[in-house]
Design a protein around this ligand. Structure first.
Ligand code: DGY
Length: 321
């Protein structure tokens, strides 16, 4: 008999078809977001789960799903999975690293450039019929070329973001849990390791791309924002909880920093309504990895992990040994 799995969110039909060759699949192509109770009910009798960040897999959930053997998260970030609880319940947990590095780095740049050069603000103004004449001081933004790029969280995506800066003649500073090797720093446009304080005080454009955890919760709050330059741009393509949104709104309103580009929000898809009252913020709905080919690669990677886990092989991206 084939193992049974739940695919908790809508997914590419081709990936679903491939999973059906290996498993009895219950899918959710209407893309209803399950409550924890609904998820527990759906997981009765299931051996595997393919999910995204919208599913929280913790000790409470796992205590109700004794048949579950594997969880494949279709994301590189896995702050929605309690790895210790997965291990305690002998559930293999996997993610989708690497396949999204370059696409996410591309998007970080799209957001940085749109934010620093006020692209969406200017477009809204134009669409509203306000454009009557060229003005020397309309929508003056910050230069990107020649500026100092700061990166907080220098994993594989951070390095890919840094690498792209060489075309803009930028100096790259970074802070990370640990310092990169010399060859990694060279790859990342000769990035220089600095303290978090120096990074905040020196960066003209600061990109956040670190994993979310209890340790990184509100890594950027009022004290950190106060250390930044009033002309600085902040970009978050990591996770919402890394930034204290209320503190950021206050800093943007008081022009303690110039602008922010945000792809992720605390409590998303809900977000602080005051962001909508600010002109100096660019807001996108968690789409940094959303290119056609990368989202397909993420789905296939999650499927590979689940197929391996439930056919007695080591999943390629096992998170808990
Ligand atoms: C990831 O892969 O972690 C992205 O944020 C998409 O969820």
């Amino acid at each position: 008999m084939k193992p049974s799995i739940l695919v908790a969110r809508a997914i590419f039909p081709e990936t679903l078809a491939r999973l059906s060759e290996h498993f009895e699949v219950e899918s959710n192509q209407v893309d209803h977001i399950f409550t924890p109770q609904e998820l527990a009910a759906k997981l009765q009798g299931k051996h595997g789960l393919l999910c995204t960040g919208s599913a929280r897999v913790d000790a409470t959930q796992l205590a109700q799903t004794p048949m579950l053997r594997a969880v494949a998260n279709m994301a590189v970030g896995y702050d929605n999975l309690d790895l210790a609880a997965c291990t305690a319940h002998q559930v293999m947990a996997t993610n989708t690293p690497d396949v999204l590095n370059q696409t996410t780095a591309d998007f970080a740049w799209a957001l940085l450039m749109a934010t620093a050069r006020r692209v969406t603000e200017a477009e809204h103004w134009l669409r509203a019929g306000n454009w009557e004449k060229w003005s020397y001081d309309a929508f003056l933004g910050a230069d990107i070329h020649g500026a100092t790029l700061g990166i907080l969280g220098m994993g594989r995506i951070g390095q890919a973001i840094a690498r792209r800066s060489s075309g803009f003649d930028m100096q790259v500073l970074y802070h990370n849990r640990s310092r990169l090797s010399e060859s990694q720093e060279a790859y990342a446009n000769n990035a220089r390791y600095v303290s978090k304080q120096e990074l905040l005080a020196t960066a003209d454009h600061l990109v956040l791309i670190l994993p979310y955890s209890a340790q990184t919760h509100h890594a950027i709050g009022a004290p950190e924002l106060a250390m930044m330059k009033p002309s600085a741009t902040l970009v978050n393509v990591a996770r919402g909880g890394i930034v204290d949104d209320a503190a950021l709104i206050a800093a943007l309103r008081q022009k303690k920093i110039a602008a922010a580009g945000l792809d992720v929000f605390e409590g998303e898809p809900k977000f602080h309504p005051d962001f909508l009252t600010l002109e100096n913020v660019v807001l996108t709905p968690h789409i940094a990895s959303a290119s056609e080919s990368t989202r397909r690669a993420m789905a296939e990677c999650a499927a590979d992990n689940l197929i391996a886990a439930l056919t007695h092989q080591k999943p390629p991206n096992l998170l808990n040994p």
